[in-house]
Design a binder for this molecule. Structure first.
Ligand SMILES: NC(=O)c1ccc[n+]([C@@H]2O[C@H](COP(=O)([O-])OP(=O)(O)OC[C@H]3O[C@@H](n4cnc5c(N)ncnc54)[C@H](OP(=O)(O)O)[C@@H]3O)[C@@H](O)[C@H]2O)c1
Length: 271
């Protein structure tokens, strides 16, 4: 299945990151990336970036697109799906929802038996480094293969049971914020021990990137890599143990659980 044209409904934070990532792929020119938006300021920002931006006439905007990406807020998705339903061609188009907490069966209730994909990406899609988890409904094997390879170009892609979408929302999508708060805190520590803010942030960001790459590329375990840098009676182990005495790992795990429990409470049927 060849993907030539994509419509993104909702040019907000994620929709814009998505569009910027697509442009980086070089497989699409900016006119093949159609974005619809409501806010005038966003419309002119996206136009400046060269995208094919249309207002919120979504039914017109999806015509001729192979993928229809729905990236609006959960409370807006029902209206958008009802609007586009008459314009969807189930033989040629796939509807992909990024919307948190809205299950494939709810999507199907609105648009009928069309090929549906639910994804949970993160904003690193902008730099082709998203972690995108995917679940399918009403799709053929060929469509599934095309969707997976499409998202593999935008970072890492993983097909998961839909029941895990809530968990990956917290770990993968909220995870960007959790990782960045760590980065920010370490940067502030770096300032206290001698670096200017800019340099401290650069050293911290590259160090975190390197640490993550060690795990991803070597398929290693964090504790194995930690053992390599913790000399007996050394400075690293002292700092690390002090962080644990202060509840470092526990705070992170509790934060993840708090986000997850809140998501479950807000969206009880969304998986
Ligand atoms: N941000 C993330 O990191 C992330 C990651 C994974 C998944 N998600 C999910 O992806 C979805 C989008 O998230 P977001 O952070 O990008 O939200 P957002 O910044 O609020 O973006 C949604 C945009 O869509 C616009 N919109 C609303 N109704 C529309 C319509 N009928 N036609 C065209 N545009 C319309 C909104 O305008 P108004 O604000 O004026 O209504 C807004 O600018 C959410 O469901 C979120 O849960 C987000």
């Amino acid at each position: 299945m060849k993907i030539n044209r994509i419509t993104i409904i909702g040019g907000g934070n994620l929709g814009t990151s998505f569009a910027k990532g697509l442009l980086k792929l070089k497989a699409f020119n900016s006119q093949d990336i159609v974005i619809t938006e409501k806010r005038p300021a966003r419309i002119s920002y996206l136009r400046q970036k060269g995208f094919n931006v249309q207002d919120d006439n979504n039914i017109r905007a999806i015509q001729g697109s192979d993928l229809i990406i729905v990236a609006v807020k959960p409370q807006q998705v029902h209206e958008v799906l009802d609007e586009i339903k008459p314009g969807i061609n189930p033989e040629k188009q796939i509807v992909i929802s990024t919307v948190t907490g809205i299950s494939l069966s709810v999507l199907e209730k609105h648009v009928g038996k069309v090929p549906l994909v639910r994804i949970m990406p993160n904003t690193a899609i902008e730099i082709l480094e998203s972690m995108t988890c995917i679940s399918f409904l009403n799709t053929s094997k060929i469509q599934e293969k095309s969707v997976i390879s499409f998202f593999e170009q935008l970072g890492k892609a993983l097909v998961i049971q839909e029941e895990l979408m809530g968990a990956v929302t917290v770990l993968g999508a909220c995870g960007i914020a959790f990782a960045l708060r760590f980065l920010r805190a370490a940067t502030q520590g770096g300032i206290e021990i001698g670096f200017g803010a800019e340099l401290s942030q650069l050293i911290t960001a590259q160090t975190i990137k390197g640490a993550a790459q060690l795990i991803l590329e070597n398929n290693s375990h964090p504790e194995k890599e930690i053992d390599k840098v913790t000399t007996p009676q050394g400075i690293t182990i002292s700092g690390l143990n002090e962080m644990e005495h202060q509840g470092f790992s526990s705070a992170l795990i509790k934060g993840l659980l708090t986000s997850f429990n809140k998501l479950e409470k807000m969206m009880p049927n969304g998986n």
